[in-house]
Design a protein around this ligand. Structure first.
Ligand SMILES: [Zn+2]
Length: 102
């Protein structure tokens, strides 16, 4: 399963069109919360399960998207955080978990 196109909509959500003709919309806040980079992953492990992250506006706004090889997309956030590489299967998993695959 691969995305045919990925774009940010109104700086609120990530719209993904998959090659099997389905589309997903994932909230940027959710993506930031699940940032797969080493720093964020480590922070999540150390947090209590009831922890709710509160973000500044710039932390949940996308500066730009970059293609990483042909397997992932990198998200540059407005606050300068740019180490999160979202592999396509992860995006798919997040989309399914958010229950927004149409
Ligand atoms: Zn991160």
């Amino acid at each position: 399963m691969r995305p045919l196109s990925i774009k940010v909509v109104s700086n609120k959500s990530l719209y993904i069109k998959w090659d099997e003709e389905t589309v997903s919309s994932i909230e940027l806040r959710t993506l930031r919360k699940l940032c797969p980079c080493a720093t964020c992953s480590e922070q999540r492990v150390n947090q209590s399960p009831s922890y709710i992250p509160l973000y500044f506006e710039d932390q949940v706004k996308v500066e730009k998207l970059i293609e990483v090889g042909n397997y992932a997309v990198g998200i540059f956030w407005k606050d300068g955080h740019k180490t999160g590489i979202y592999e396509f299967p992860l995006l798919r998993q997040i989309a399914l978990a958010s229950n927004v695959v149409e």
